[in-house]
Design a protein around this ligand. Structure first.
Ligand SMILES: [Zn+2]
Length: 706
């Protein structure tokens, strides 16, 4: 597929990146999922001098924000103001080059979304339905399924959610829970009647199959496959309104206390942001020769490929996405990112810990991007890629070239003597030309990882060439080389300098700060980075004097990596004691309140516990579970297997022989396939570190505790 074929018909480009939810900071999974790929693509298009707009913004509506506000004792506006500012700053620090980064609480967005809804309503496209929903009378709010907790009818987990039990994985409905209660107030939820407006997606099924399944077979397999499965399973009406006071008011007379569903208004945010950006916004949204591309993570596929296009189709005035190159998820150190468990690498913290290293993170997240499947980020890999690729290949090549140029060519671009050019010179010149084509074709196909490897590979070829040419050997001591040798030196350095200029152009979409530094070293203007210059070996003029080399990348030390791994694990430990609730998304439950004293119990409640002194006789790590240790505990009358979540705090060999207090009559529970028969009591100190509870003096195993 050539560039011309791909872009023949498009006069302008509108690129969007998913609207992050203003309920927490940005982590590296977000960056890898859509912001870095979108930014690479946009920077490449700009270097091509195409007409492009890059829009984004914070999604600031939805019930989780109101609940967070309620729990923190602030207003929803204060919640979104705080996180919008933090998110925006993180993007700026990572050089995500939005043309506008807006927010959905802006007036223009409220007007645009309300008008969109009104148009569909006036065209008679909604179904109006009354239904019964759970209501929390204490918190005075309707409850989505996730906000209802109760005992799982399958496994007895007392903290199962109204849609799923996270312990046994059973899919549930609130009606199935034993003793359901509100996650907000603990009140018993009651049913109340409520009216909502539903968008009948099933009416668009035939059209979606034609437009998407037939018309966009070129979409990435992971995206196409997910869409196909949604369509194969059949679509249903979806409520496009909610009961809440926070959001965009439903623009109808009989809709007091109702707002637009957050997934109805959020994607319209792309339109509002474009309106805010330019008065020519309609060129981008209403002209068929616009190429609209949505960059998102895989959890947003249904909204961007099925629901939003159906809304756009129903409205009738807007272009549809040409492509939705969604990425899969990035895991951290082998485990899923979880904001409630604090298992994440936060961008604002990265920037503080690694100042000036934003390009390193961009590099690692692109070269390890979850483009076709979930991928894993590890700090070891981060260090490895920095030290052995950025430092040892790319940085090393540029640095050697500049040092040799100053030493052997008086700090100037030497002449290229065509008449003595050999096969190696010619081959490298060919490679420079070819790499432009390759990188370009890969970027057009959203294959960012491969495109980046291509650039690094070109630098690798430069290193190999220098190594084979050994220009430094053409000089003996402090003597001036003879004319023939000087010509060989000149040719080698000349090509390496032209290659350096090419590397700056090719790396620019990926690592913009690095490209800037290289421009400064070469004393050339930004215009050199125009994509059309790539492939040329006449970028730096003969005789032009260049600056001294700057360090492009620094080595990352073991201690820095160890500190990050520790930080990650400590965060997990702190979160582990506080949170029975899931990650906060647009629809999920927000973070829970911090621990306070539990409700009072009577003596009989306490007397039900059978607490015994035991002794750890063996301990081993549980495979594929970072936190778990499998323990054998001698209770005097028997030896038990107990699985305990203390592996981040203790090494197995350190705890053998220790006495502990065991809850001996706890119902057995399977963890990672191992049946655990009881629980060990632990105390947690202010730093989140765990300590055993045991008798001050060693006593007989099996002794009762009361
Ligand atoms: Zn269960």
């Amino acid at each position: 597929m050539s560039t011309d074929q791909v872009n023949k018909n498009f006069k302008r480009y509108l690129i969007t990146a998913a609207l992050p939810y203003a309920n927490g900071p940005v982590h590296i999974g977000h960056l890898a999922g859509c912001y870095i790929p979108a930014d690479i693509y946009v920077r490449y298009l700009r270097a091509q001098k195409r007409d492009v707009k890059f829009v984004g913004g914070s999604d600031e509506h939805g019930v989780p924000i109101t609940i967070r506000a309620m729990k923190e004792g602030v207003t929803p506006q204060q919640v979104v103001d705080k996180y919008h500012a933090l998110i925006k700053e993180s993007f700026e620090q990572m050089n995500i080059s939005f043309d506008i980064y807006s927010r959905t609480s802006n007036k223009i967005h409220h007007e645009t979304s309300a008008a969109f809804f009104k148009k569909l309503y006036d065209d008679g496209l909604f179904e109006e339905k009354e239904s019964e929903q759970y209501f929390d009378e204490k918190a005075n709010t309707f409850l989505a399924d996730r906000y209802i907790v109760g005992t799982c009818p399958v496994c007895g987990n007392p903290n199962a959610y109204g849609d799923q039990c996270e312990r046994c994985g059973s899919s549930l409905s609130p009606e199935m829970l034993i003793e359901p209660r509100s996650a907000l107030s603990d009140a018993v939820p009651v049913k109340r009647k409520t009216k909502h407006w539903y968008f009948p997606l099933q009416n668009y099924e035939g059209w979606l199959k034609e437009w998407l399944l037939e018309g966009h077979k070129e979409w990435k397999n992971n995206v196409y496959g997910q869409c196909k499965s949604w369509l194969d399973n059949g679509l249903q009406s979806r409520a496009m309104t909610r009961d809440s006071n926070w959001g965009i008011k439903v623009p109808l007379p009989d809709a007091e206390g109702k707002v637009l569903y957050v997934w109805f208004d959020a994607p319209i945010g792309y339109i509002s942001a474009t309106k805010e950006l330019t008065e020519n916004w309609a060129d981008y949204w209403c002209q068929d020769d616009t190429k609209l591309v949505h960059f998102i993570g895989k959890d947003n596929i249904v909204f961007h490929c099925i629901i939003f296009p159906s809304m756009l189709k129903a409205h009738g005035n807007f272009v549809l996405p040409e492509n939705v190159p969604a990425n899969e998820f990035l895991n951290i150190e082998g485990d899923k990112v979880s904001t409630s468990r604090n298992w994440a690498v936060w961008v604002d913290e990265y920037i503080k810990d690694f100042p000036g290293c934003e390009d390193v993170l961009r590099y690692v997240l692109c070269s390890n991007a979850p483009e076709t499947k979930d991928n894993d980020f590890t700090w070891k890999d981060f260090q490895e890629r920095n030290n052995s690729e950025l430092v040892a290949i790319f940085g090393n090549f540029v640095n050697r070239t500049f040092v040799l140029m100053h030493k052997l060519c008086n700090g100037k671009v030497p002449v290229f003597h065509n008449e003595i050019a050999d096969d190696k010179d010619k081959q490298l010149i060919e490679d420079i030309k070819a790499s432009k084509e390759k990188v370009e074709s890969l970027l057009e196909q959203f294959k960012f990882r491969e495109a980046l490897f291509e650039v690094i590979d070109l630098a690798r070829k430069g290193n190999k060439y220098l190594q084979e040419k050994e220009p430094w050997k053409k000089v003996s001591g402090s003597q001036t080389p003879d004319a023939a040798n000087q010509q060989l030196i000149d040719n080698c350095i000349h090509i390496c300098l032209q290659l350096t200029a090419n590397l700056a152009i090719l790396i620019n979409p990926f690592l913009p700060t690095t490209a800037k530094k290289m421009l400064h070293m070469m004393k050339v203007v930004d215009k050199m980075l125009d994509w059309e210059n790539a492939g040329s070996v006449k970028l730096l003029s003969v005789g032009y004097s260049l600056r001294a080399p700057e360090l492009l990348f620094r080595k990352i030390e073991d201690a820095e990596i160890t500190a990050q791994v520790e930080k990650l694990k400590n965060g997990l430990v702190k979160a582990a004691t506080s949170s029975p609730l899931p990650d906060a998304g647009k629809e999920a439950v927000p973070e829970p309140a911090t621990s306070s004293l539990k409700p009072e119990i009577i003596y009989d409640d306490f007397a039900k516990l059978d607490l015994r002194v035991g002794k750890i006789v063996s301990a081993e790590k549980v495979e594929k579970a970072d936190k778990l240790l499998k323990l054998s505990i001698d209770l005097g009358f028997e030896t038990r297997t107990i699985v305990s979540g203390i592996a981040l705090h203790f090494k197995p060999e350190e705890i053998v022989g220790k006495q502990v207090v065991v809850v001996a009559n706890l119902a057995p529970r399977k963890m990672r396939g191992i049946e655990s028969n009881g629980m060990i009591l632990m105390a947690e100190d202010a730093n989140g570190k765990l300590h055993f509870i045991n008798p001050v003096d060693e006593i007989n195993a099996g002794a009762t505790v009361s």
